[in-house]
Design a protein around this ligand. Sequence first.
Ligand SMILES: [Zn+2]
Ligand SMILES: [Zn+2]
Ligand SMILES: [Zn+2]
Length: 382
Amino acid sequence: MASANWRPPFNIPVSERGNMVETEVGSATVDNATAIAFGEMEDEWGNAGSPWRSFYEKAAAMPNRLIAWNINRDFSPGHLFFRSVDTNRLLAMDNAPFRVHIWKPSHLPTKEGSNQVLVMCMIHNLLVLRNFHDLGAADLPIVICDLNKSELTQAMEYWVWLSRKGNTTHPDRAKKFFAVYDACDANKRYPCFLQLDLTVRKILSGGPNPVPPFIIIHSFNKTEAESIKAQILFTSDRAVPPQSIMQFWPNTCGGPQCPKPDCEPIQMPRDGKEQAWVLDPLGELLSIKHRESLESQGEVWCNHWPCKEKQTSTKKLLRCGRCKEVLYCSQEHQRADWKIHKGVCVKGTGRDPDYNGPLIGLMANGSTQHFTSWHDMVDRRT
Ligand SMILES: [Zn+2]
Ligand SMILES: [Zn+2]
Ligand SMILES: [Zn+2]
């Protein structure tokens, strides 16, 4: 048996085009992009509203209430609420700031402006992907390469395969790595696949940071007639937004004047987790901390965001008496959350969050039902 920690052989020469640099797009820039998306960009679509506005209308009308929007209130980040998959809180889109970390080959322009443009182009996508998470989604990575479509597909397949097989010495590992490496090397890709692979795996190993719910792999390859959409590598299947909602996601770049169909910047998961690139969250590729964090599935936290109280078998939380959708550890925290929660609190619309262990959902006909997981609930309620 060889070592249990197989690494790509480091005697592969790493060319100059191989170095990856990480730059951070701060939360103020992300907030600014969000404000433009819901302000100037939205205005350009006129009275009918943008395709995203129509997405949120449809999503909020679904009985599962994973996205909630009181339609009497403006289309704005403070009025769009998401049910977080990890803490089961109903949080507003503007609840918590997040940053974007962009990894790119060192020869590319590092000007702040180019990063801002990239974030602006993807902002609606980033917001919907990020907001189903409460924990661990404060730093979202985008990794930039110039792979063509088939190389990118090969790379995504390699990472999914690797996560399923762990970090162990699978006999096929070197063969699979070099299949992608050689294809990229023959076409002088930036960065080389060795660097790309190391970057992705560095992010997945977490280190001092939580493993993000997904990594966006964005290619700027322009040699193919069809532009290449960025791909999403999800770090667990519950990070994939549910198909029942994502089927409504528009496939546009955001320009009201754009004549091209299907020009979204990121390949969004419209067809559910089976069609998405999903890593095995229990595989050795991901950090131990990440595996532990998945154990929080099924907990309901006090909806006052700074609070970490959760419902347990011995501690029942209080429930909002009006919508019955959210729980609180105390009346004090209910009062503290009210100025935000009142934006979505409507009598009689709520999903029942009061469970511990298996999920209990309130069905459209008013009955309650048990579910084995969040996805089970989503699938069976729609
Ligand atoms: Zn377009
Ligand atoms: Zn609390
Ligand atoms: Zn309420």
